[in-house]
Design a protein around this ligand. Structure first.
Ligand code: LLP
Length: 429
C-alpha cells in the first residue's frame, strides 16, 4: 500500500482531509486545486521539535521554516504561530514572512543572488542574519550597510563538499554546486568581516541537499562544520550561530521514514557541544505530506499499447515529476465498488511529453470522466513552483482545520493574467 499521511482517511469510501470531504470542496470550486491540512502541518512541527528536544535544549535553537516549500501567507502564519521563524530566499518571501507576522529577529536570508534592493529591504527590516554565499555579495552588503549607517549581521555558507539529496537537481553541498564557499574562502571573508565596521560576522551556515532519508550525509557534513567552528575559534573569532540548513526527507511512496531522532543525535554529537545558537531550515518535512493536488479526470484515452488517464492537473500545477522524476501517488477520491483494476499512464493536458505524473499505475477499471483524483505529497514545492504555462490558470489553495475549510488563494485565471499585457482589444463585431 502506498503511503497516505495521517491527515487523510477514507470515510465510507470517500477521501477526507481530516474531517472535510474533498467532494464538498470540489462541489463549489473548480479543479485542479491544492488542499492542505493545518493539523498535519502542526503535527509535523511537533514531531521535529520532539526529536530535537530529546537531544537539545530548546533554548538553544530556532526553527526557520524554508518558505520556498509553500509560501502561502495563511500557511506561513500558521507555521509562525507554532513559534517558527522563516528561511527566505527573495525580497518577495521577505514581504510574505513579514505579512505572516514572522518576527524579523527569526528570519534568515539565504540564496546566491540577492540583489541590492533585497539586501536593503532585509537590513531595514532588521532580520536576524543574511547568509552570505560569495565575496562579491559580502562587499555589496557592506556597502549598503555603510550607506544605511548600520552593521549587518551575517553568517557565511560553508560548502562542505558532501554528496546528499534524492536527485542531482536537489543536491547542493558539493563543490561543483553554485552554493556556499569552501573553508579557505569562508576563513578569508571572516577575517575581512571582523575588521569591517559595517559587518558583524556571527557564524556559518550549511545546507547539503533535499529529500534526505539517509541521515549519514549530515553526520559527515556536521562534523566538517564543527571542525570549522573550532578553526574559527583558534583564530580568535567568537561565532555565536550555526545554521544547519534543511533537507530532511518525507515519505512520498515507499521510502522509509526519516530518522528524526537519529538526526537530532547527530546534531547533539557534533554541534551542540560547541555552545552556539543552532538554526534549522526545514521546508519539505513541515508541509510536504500535508498537501494534496485534487484533479478531475478529463478523458480516458486508449491507444494500441497504452491506456492514458488524462487529468485536468498538469505539469504547470505540479512540476516535480517532470523536473525530478518524483513520485506523487494518485488516489481516487471515491473508491470504486469493484475490485477490478487497470493500468494507466496518468498524464496532464500540457503539450509536453514530460507532462506525466506516473506510468503503469493501477487504478479502478471503471474510473471515468469527471471522477476526482488526488496526488499526494503535494504540499511542498507544488503550488510554489506552479506556473501558467499553456495559458492555464494557477490553481486555488484551500486550508483545512478540523472540519472547517477555507479558500486561502483563489485561482489566478487567464483573464487575470491578461490584465498585465499591453494589447489592443479586438472589437466584438
Ligand atoms: N535551506 C536552504 C538554504 C535551501 O536551499 C533549502 C532548499 C532548504 C533550506 C529547505 O530544504 P528542504 O527541507 O525543503 O529539503 N524544488 C525541489 C527542492 C529544492 C530545495 C531547494 N533548497 C523539490 O521539489 O524537491
Amino acid at each position: 500500500m502506498t503511503y497516505l499521511a495521517p491527515c487523510y482517511r477514507y470515510n465510507d469510501g470517500t477521501l477526507f482531509v481530516n474531517d472535510v470531504n474533498i467532494k464538498d470542496v470540489a462541489k463549489s470550486h473548480e479543479t485542479p486545486f491544492y488542499i492542505y491540512s493545518a493539523t498535519q502541518i502542526r503535527q509535523n512541527i511537533r514531531a521535529f521539535k520532539t526529536a530535537l528536544n530529546s537531544a537539545l535544549d530548546p533554548q538553544n535553537y530556532t526553527i526557520c521554516y524554508a518558505c520556498k516549500a509553500l509560501n502561502n501567507i495563511s500557511v506561513m502564519s500558521l507555521i509562525a504561530e507554532q513559534g517558527c521563524g522563516a528561511d527566505i530566499v527573495s525580497g518577495g518571501e521577505l514581504t510574505r514572512a513579514l505579512h505572516a507576522n514572522v518576527p524579523p529577529g527569526n528570519i534568515v536570508f539565504s540564496g546566491v543572488g540577492k540583489n541590492d534592493q533585497e539586501i536593503e529591504h532585509a537590513l531595514n527590516s532588521k532580520i536576524r542574519q543574511i547568509n552570505v554565499e560569495s565575496a562579491a555579495e559580502l562587499y555589496r552588503i557592506e556597502a549598503i550597510a555603510q550607506r544605511l549607517n548600520i552593521t549587518a549581521p551575517v553568517v557565511f555558507r560553508l560548502n562542505p563538499d558532501v554528496k546528499a539529496g534524492a536527485h542531482e537537481k536537489i543536491s547542493t553541498g558539493q563543490k561543483e554546486n553554485k552554493f556556499g564557499l569552501n573553508a579557505e574562502q569562508v576563513m578569508d571573508l571572516y577575517r575581512y568581516a571582523e575588521n569591517s565596521a559595517h559587518i558583524m560576522p556571527r557564524g556559518i551556515s550549511l545546507h547539503i541537499g533535499s529529500q534526505l532519508i539517509d541521515m549519514h550525509p549530515y553526520d559527515t557534513a556536521y562534523k566538517i562544520a564543527a571542525d570549522f567552528i573550532l578553526s574559527l575559534r583558534s583564530e580568535g573569532f567568537t561565532p555565536d550561530t550555526i545554521d544547519l540548513g534543511g533537507g530532511i526527507g518525507i515519505i512520498y511512496d515507499r521510502e522509509d521514514a526519516p530518522d528524526l531522532a537519529g538526526y537530532a543525535a547527530i546534531v547533539a554529537k557534533h554541534i551542540a557541544p560547541l555552545g552556539l545558537h543552532m538554526m534549522f531550515e526545514p521546508g519539505r518535512m513541515i508541509v510536504g505530506n500535508a498537501g494534496l493536488l485534487v484533479s478531475r479526470v478529463i478523458y480516458i484515452k486508449e491507444t494500441d499499447s497504452k491506456a492514458f488517464l488524462i487529468t485536468d492537473a498538469g505539469m504547470n500545477d505540479l512540476m516535480r515529476p517532470a523536473l525530478y522524476d518524483s513520485v506523487h501517488p494518485i488516489f481516487e477520491v471515491e473508491k470504486s465498488d469493484s475490485q477490478d483494476t487497470k493500468s494507466f499512464d496518468v498524464v496532464g493536458p500540457v503539450c509536453e511529453s514530460s507532462d506525466v505524473f506516473s506510468l503503469d499505475t493501477a487504478l479502478s477499471a471503471d474510473i471515468a470522466k469527471d471522477d476526482l483524483v488526488a496526488f499526494t505529497g503535494a504540499g511542498a514545492y507544488g503550488a510554489t513552483m506552479s506556473s501558467s504555462y499553456n495559458a492555464r490558470k494557477i490553481a486555488a489553495e484551500f486550508l483545512v482545520d478540523g472540519d472547517v475549510w477555507k479558500c486561502i488563494k483563489r485561482p489566478i485565471t487567464n483573464e487575470d493574467l491578461l490584465q498585465f499585457e499591453n494589447y489592443t482589444l479586438k472589437s466584438d463585431d
